[in-house]
Ligand binder design. Structure first.
Ligand SMILES: Cc1ncc(COP(=O)(O)O)c(C=O)c1O
Length: 397
């Protein structure tokens, strides 16, 4: 049987498979501490759960318009106006099965074979694969840890070609935890306007931001950059709704229409009950989100303090999302038992086997000198996990 060459070239999502491995080991009775999670450990806030029950009781269980209910798209427009200072109309908005699906639809809608999409590395691992799935060419631009994993306009300029169709901005960033300042965004926006390429601005972590930083949406800067930008967001991270699968994108009306057509033939509407509950969530005050952010911040500070005291490990302070990119390069060349630690996979494997701690090897993000630790984890787990990691590092010879 000959399968599609394009499809066979797409790799499995390593973060999802590591998470699945940790969950499986736990279910088999192993005492695993997982730092791999890409999802809040909190339950979905109760008023959102109640709204879903209300949707069921009301019989809101049928197909909706495939690009999302008018009420949810209106709530999204109000959210963009209120929080991001961008004016969108409902026909410039599409609701999809998670932000991941919105991103997938964007690349399907804008790319022709051979079109280039610039992606800063370390990157969220789905970006290059999504671009490939749409016959595009990922063009990677390396960013430096010293620059807090942010791409500069100069760095970006070097990789722009006549084939550049889009640039992916992940702000706040996964895995680096970076948060872009206004002047940095303005310089990127100017380049996009000058060279006429799209900006795909993935803002899924916008609410998870610390140290008094402010999230700025690049589309809010000027009308000309707004017209070239897709602003992507969703319910998963801010509202602890990863399993509900609601994400959304706003952008140029013509492209949103094409995305809607694709969605209408592939998935139809996102889950009606989840859409109903998301509408209630977006129209409510954000106290529940603020509570979670406070808790994440406590964990972030605790983790940073602990890691600073462990030899051979270093990091740049993350300002957003819920990850720490741990530089492990000082461990390379050392042994744990018989195992030589020489890259992120050997580090992660050895840590899991000897101490039952999962981390995500940086190679998944194109950064082999790092492992990613998530602090979307209870304080107790974080403490136990770091105790074990400290023992592991102290055993390196
Ligand atoms: C950078 C980034 N974008 C998008 C997503 C997708 O989120 P969703 O659950 O809405 O599909 C994730 C989830 O891990 C992410 O880390």
């Amino acid at each position: 049987m000959i399968l599609s060459k394009k499809a066979c070239g797409i790799s499995e999502s390593l973060t999802l498979s590591i998470d699945a491995k940790a969950k499986k080991m736990k279910s088999e009775g192993y005492d695993v501490v997982g730092f791999g999670a890409g999802e809040p450990d909190f339950p979905t806030p109760d008023f959102i759960v109640q709204a879903a029950k209300e949707a069921l009781d009301k019989g809101f269980t049928k197909y909706t318009p495939s690009s999302g209910t008018p009420l949810l798209r209106e709530a999204i427009c109000k959210k963009f106006e209120r929080e991001n200072h961008i004016t969108y109309t409902p026909d410039e908005v599409i609701v999809s099965n998670g932000a991941k699906h919105s991103l997938y639809n964007i690349f399907q809608a804008i790319l022709n074979p051979g079109d280039e999409v610039i992606i800063p590395r370390p990157y969220w691992l789905s970006y290059p694969e999504m671009v490939r799935m749409a016959d595009g060419v990922p063009v990677v631009v390396d960013v430096r840890e010293e620059d807090r994993f942010k791409v500069s306009a100069e760095g970006l300029r070097k990789v722009i070609t006549p084939k550049t169709k889009a640039f992916i901005l992940n702000n706040p960033g996964n895995p680096g935890g970076c948060v872009y300042r206004q002047e940095e965004l303005q310089a990127i926006a100017d380049l996009a306007v000058e060279n006429r390429f799209f900006i795909v601005s993935d803002e899924i972590y916008e609410s998870l931001i610390y140290d008094g930083q402010k999230h700025i949406s690049i589309a809010s800067l000027t009308d000309s950059v707004r017209d070239l930008t897709f602003t992507v967001n969703g319910m998963s991270k801010a509202y602890a709704m990863t399993g509900w699968r609601i994400g959304y994108a706003a952008g140029p009306k013509e492209a949103i229409q094409v995305m809607g057509n694709i969605q209408s033939h592939s998935t139809s509407n996102p889950n009606s009950i989840a859409q109903y509950a998301s509408t209630v969530a977006l129209n409510a005050p954000k106290d529940c989100v603020q509570k979670m952010v406070k808790e994440f911040d406590k964990r972030r500070l605790y983790m940073m303090e602990r890691i600073r005291a462990i030899p051979y490990l270093s990091f740049q302070k993350p300002e957003g999302a819920f990850y720490i990119m741990l530089n492990i390069s000082q461990c390379f060349g050392k042994h744990h038992g018989n195992t030589l630690i020489h890259d992120s996979l050997s580090f992660s494997d050895s840590l899991l086997k000897s101490r039952m701690v999962t981390v995500v090897p940086g190679i998944a993000f194109g950064a082999d000198s790092f492992v990613r630790l998530s602090y979307a984890n209870s304080m107790d787990n974080i403490r136990r996990g770091l105790d074990r990691m400290e023992e592991f590092i102290n055993e390196l010879v």
